[in-house]
Design a protein around this ligand. Structure first.
Ligand SMILES: [Zn+2]
Ligand SMILES: [Zn+2]
Length: 124
């Protein structure tokens, strides 16, 4: 029996995406969006959320950078005068994932291209 579960609420179009580009280039909406998803998805990873469609065909999350990415986004939020009061909860144990999924790296050029297509406010 496969204990890895999909969380139905995330099967819609609200997938998690880590852009991984310099946070200064992100508009407010995408900065807050990426940051918020890092908080929001922690419980899913505790429940062993599968990421098959997040790392293929395009790598859209980079779990090995979860904490550091959160911290650089939070730093940029503070720099813009936004509030950031809640620390990231304890990170899940990602060892249920295959190493190649955990260690997958986002291609920043793909992130920039996608942001360019969908957002006029990001400075990409
Ligand atoms: Zn945060
Ligand atoms: Zn944007």
């Amino acid at each position: 029996m496969d204990s890895v579960v999909y969380c139905a609420e995330y099967l819609g179009d609200r997938h998690m995406r880590m852009w991984m580009i310099d946070p200064k280039l992100l508009c407010h909406k995408h900065l807050l969006g990426e940051h918020g998803e890092l908080h929001k998805f922690i419980p899913s990873f505790h429940k062993k959320y599968r990421i098959d469609n997040r790392v293929a065909p395009v790598v859209q999350i980079e779990l090995s950078s979860y904490q550091s990415r959160h911290d650089e986004l939070a730093t940029e939020m503070l720099r813009r005068g936004m509030n950031h009061k809640s620390p990231l909860p304890e990170l899940p144990d990602f060892s249920y994932l295959p190493p190649e999924q955990y260690e997958a790296k986002v291609d920043k050029e793909v992130s920039k291209r996608d942001l360019r297509d969908r957002c006029e406010d990001c400075k990409v």
